[in-house]
Design a protein around this ligand. Sequence first.
Ligand code: ADP
Ligand code: MG
Length: 378
Amino acid sequence: DSTETACAKSGPVPSMAALDTLGGVCMASVTIDDVRKSYGAVEVLHGVNVDIEEGQFVVLVGPSGCGKSTLLRMLAGLEHITSGRILIGDRVVNDLPPKDRDIAMVFQNYALYPHLTVAENMGFSLKLAGQSRARIAEQVRPAAEILGLAHLLDRYPRMLSGGQRQRVAMGRAIVRNPQVFLFDEPLSNLDAKLRVTMRTEIKNLHQRLRTTTVYVTHDQIEAMTMADKIVVMHDGRVEQVGAPLELYDRPANLFVAGFIGSPAMSMVKGRLAEDGQFLAADGTRLPVGDTGRARAGQPLVYGVRPEAMRLGGTIPLAVEVTEPTGAETYVVGTLGGTEITGVFRDRVAVPPGGVLDIGIDPGAVHLFDEGTGQRLTA
Ligand code: ADP
Ligand code: MG
């Protein structure tokens, strides 16, 4: 584990020549146009639209079962598309077999051949394609160099750590020099520390290769830290598409608001009062900036990010638990009848059962319609 981290940090920087040998920049746009998928009578994807630009790193994120893998497997050609179209570049690929799509997929369970060395695993698809040994070695070497595997080419998978195996799986995809990389939860089998290292490695790799990438994960932190563009999915539908901070700052609905961000956005039910302030169900008054499309009397959800709260103010937070991390303090407590979490840069000395007076930046408040879940503030 510690060797992994050290190795990743001091990994060899590939020469530009290595990148040139791999075929240089190779990428395509991907268009998902009103795609539906049914298994028998059950529809699991209900009309998905996503535009992915050349060279973009797009993350499909959502809870387990929302349809991420199904969508990715349809991009790869491993699942039939019930209706709609998928384009790679300007070519409709609906009926194209996987091998003709110019894509390479990396799975969660690596799927390395145990009886083949690292070099043989990485070159396997080239061998199948009938390329000469010399040509295969020419392709494998720069990919191994990029991934810091050059000294491990003669090893077998069982002689590698989890992170190294994951790198071999990526190497196998890289040597094919595809127009699109597809990743399905590639880091799920790694421990927490290694996941963080590999996340940086994959992002770094994309910045060098610039190959269009579609990356599936259920982990919103992975999505936030890696993506150029995030597609939030839920129950077979796209909830919102945007840059990570766009989703964080302006979630389109309660699902996205609750899914993106950790600790989660605090949400309090209530209505707007006559004076434009928010009146929580238990009578607590909370400040609001621009009320957007919210109307007086409409059932609302008041959303505030943990870091938009500060110490000192007139809002009573009934403290249940304080969690000092050193740099910040997490305070879990009750506000407006709801359990919420605030994150403060200060050290907080209020005991459980005490009251912490806090302030909320009115400009950082989000309002949602309680019934439809839609965002009402700008
Ligand atoms: P995710 O990758 O987001 O966890 P999946 O794409 O694997 O979700 O699954 C989406 C939905 O489709 C789930 O409800 C799952 O049970 C269903 N599903 C996936 N594969 C099949 C299949 N071969 N037959 C029937 N239902 C399936
Ligand atoms: Mg999946």
